[in-house]
Design a protein around this ligand. Structure first.
Ligand code: HEC
Length: 292
């Protein structure tokens, strides 16, 4: 098939094929590598967020709550004693700077209706309860947006019961604020909720797309420059000299013996032109011999 094409077209077909193959390799390979990079970044962000929140909770549990309970045993001050409340409120502050991040402490049976779990979170909590896993991480879609999420179970322990067993046992101020309908009936050892951190992947995905576009455009520009340069070299060094040789050979064949094979370059075509000139000299000698 290629045999019927001119040299110039043949080289262009080869270059175009190489370009197409490079493009496919660049897009598929680049997408794979960049996507992995974006996932790793989402995981790192999620884990960092989780670590900061856990550290906050631990700080309260170790340094603040025992002191308050010791000195003011009758005080109802959930901001300094209820770990979950501190987490929810700290997360709200963080969200002022990072509104796209979601931090949820959820339960199918919440005191605060804002903490009610959705169907995905309900499934997580029931999986945690059946001890399918102790920790869950992965991609999820929530309200039409993609997130990387990390979840851990929240288990009812001895210290939780006085607030979460029955409204009678809980502090009256708490009951007044949250009512008596929901958030009670915790049993020891039961997974009552989950802490779920959602880090959006949209920005990372957008970045992957932008990087790919830059990568593919750079590759295309380089190929375009190569196309133009190679094309000019082929025209100047191969096509034009061969056309000139053909014209001269045609003229000579028609008897115009004054024509000379001339090539400006100093390469294989020059060697061919020199050989043609020698052949022309021999031809002239042979013709004059015959004429005599
Ligand atoms: C001093 C009372 C108190 C204690 C003790 C307490 N909680 Fe709570 N808990 C609350 C309050 C108040 C909220 C609601 C916070 C808010 O408004 O977001 C809450 C919220 C929660 C939530 C989020 C869902 C909801 O009910 O709104 C979970 C889950 C939870 N607590 C589990 C626990 C666990 C597990 C323990 C024991 C380790 C515990 N709590 C100890 C008072 C308490």
């Amino acid at each position: 098939m290629m045999g019927n094409l001119t040299i110039r077209k043949r080289i262009m077909v080869i270059l175009t094929s190489v370009y197409m193959i490079s493009l496919v390799v660049a897009i598929v390979g680049g997408y794979f590598v960049l996507k992995q990079e974006a996932t790793r970044e989402a995981i790192e962000k999620t884990e960092l967020f989780a670590a900061v929140m856990s550290a906050n909770q631990l700080y309260m549990a170790q340094n603040i709550r025992p002191e308050i309970k010791n000195r003011l045993p009758d005080l109802y001050f959930p901001e300094a004693t209820v770990g979950i409340q501190m987490l929810v409120e700290t997360a709200e502050l963080i969200q002022q700077s990072y509104p796209e991040f979601l931090f949820r402490v959820v339960s199918p049976n919440p005191l605060n209706p804002g903490n009610l779990s959705d169907s995905f979170e309900n499934q997580l909590i029931s999986d945690f309860n059946s001890r399918r896993y102790q920790h869950w991480e992965g991609f999820v879609e929530k309200n039409g947006k993609n997130y990387y999420a990390a979840a851990i179970p929240i288990e009812a322990r001895g210290g939780c019961i006085w607030c979460h067993s029955t409204p009678d046992a809980a502090h009256p101020e708490m009951v007044e604020e949250y009512g008596t309908e929901s958030g009670y009936g915790y049993k020891l050892g039961e997974v009552v909720g989950a802490r779920v951190i959602y880090v959006p992947t949209a920005k990372a995905e957008e970045l992957v797309r932008k990087k790919l576009v830059i990568f593919v455009s750079t590759l295309s520009v380089l190929f375009l420059i190569a196309f133009v340069l190679i094309d000019r070299v082929i025209i100047r060094s191969v096509v034009q000299p061969i056309e000139e040789l053909t014209r001269v050979a045609t003229d000579i064949s028609k008897g115009r013996m004054d024509r000379e094979f001339e090539v400006k370059s100093n390469d294989e075509i020059r060697a061919l032109a020199d050989a043609f000139n020698r052949m022309k000299v021999s031809l002239e000698k042979a013709i004059s011999l015959i004429k005599r």
